[in-house]
Design a protein around this ligand. Structure first.
Ligand SMILES: [Zn+2]
Length: 305
């Protein structure tokens, strides 16, 4: 599949260095690089004096120490969490213990749909089920302190509890893993849901913010156009699945081989889950059929119209 998204993989912030990326916004990289996290998780510090931290990151003593050092002499009033994956939320507990900050998020971790009989949460190792926000922030409501106000923008899809935060009075959105400049995120059932993910992209495309700070990698510039490219990319992947199924029924490994050319072997199972996410959506819309609930082991066929 040709690269149809204007990716920007330039990002050379070393772990542990604090960098001001916009007026009143600092960022700090955790040292947890991987095929899923790119160079690592990016934590943000918003404000001066009385500050908010967004996505404190993994349970990593060195990163927590670097965050606390970055805000030495300041008061951390709130810790915002975009979603409960283990590279984003676990350090909230240590930051809260050290600073007395109040945690803010959409809610605890949950699956996007009930589990099927016999189905395990496939990426359960990636979920932080311990995080419980002190403030459960409804979509569209804001938390403010001196000099900043962050509005919750519910963006389910990557996880059911994914939430971005828009910084009032600026064109900035902290978008977690929903949109990233270097790659598309994994949308893996049952944590994630493609129908939710697409609806959240369309929601962002209508918003005024044009500069996004994601949980991994550098800023997303000209964000509405970038989000439109993301939407076209996912629609293209859906079309590729349907195109392959026109040739006959197929299972998920067959679809992954047909659609993802030159895929990093470490990402094959995640790609399978992304294809499952599309198939769940297609089955729900009546375009594709399978026996029983859509699952990773199922065989899929077109519903002839
Ligand atoms: Zn994530």
């Amino acid at each position: 599949m040709p690269e149809d998204i204007p990716f920007d993989r330039s990002f050379d912030l070393p772990p542990g260095r604090v960098e001001e990326v916009a007026p009143g916004v600092r960022r700090l990289l955790a040292d947890n690089p991987s095929p899923f996290t790119f160079k690592g998780t990016v934590s943000y510090i918003v404000g001066r004096g009385r500050v908010a931290i967004i996505d404190p990151g993994p349970d990593d003593e060195r990163h927590v120490a670097a965050l606390l050092e970055a805000v030495r002499g300041e008061t951390v009033t709130h810790v915002f969490v975009t979603h409960t994956h283990r590279d984003h939320s676990p350090a909230a507990a240590a930051v809260k213990a050290a600073t007395g900050a109040v945690t803010v998020g959409e809610g605890p971790h949950r699956a996007a749909r009930p589990l099927h009989v016999g189905e395990a949460t496939r990426l359960e190792a990636s979920a932080d089920t311990a995080f419980r926000p002190d403030i459960v922030l409804p979509d569209g409501e804001a938390v403010s302190d001196s000099g900043w106000s962050l509005e919750g923008v519910a963006t389910p899809g990557h996880t059911a509890n994914h939430m971005g935060f828009a910084l009032a009075g600026t064109p900035l959105l902290f978008c977690g893993d929903h949109v990233m400049a270097w790659s598309t995120p994994v949308v893996a059932p049952p944590d994630g849901a493609m129908s939710d993910y697409m609806a959240s992209l369309r929601k962002l495309a209508q918003r005024p913010e044009d500069l996004y700070f994601p949980g991994h990698g550098g800023a997303v510039r000209d964000a509405p156009a970038f989000v439109a490219a993301y939407i076209r990319h996912r629609e293209g992947r859906e079309a590729a699945i349907l195109h392959r199924l026109e040739k006959g029924a197929a299972d998920i490994p067959t679809l992954v081989r047909a659609i993802y050319i030159g895929l990093d072997p470490r990402l094959v199972s995640a790609a399978g889950l992304s294809v499952l996410a599309h198939l769940e959506d297609l089955v729900a819309r009546g375009a594709v059929a399978t026996d029983g609930p859509a699952s990773v082991t199922g065989t899929y066929r077109l519903v002839s119209g």
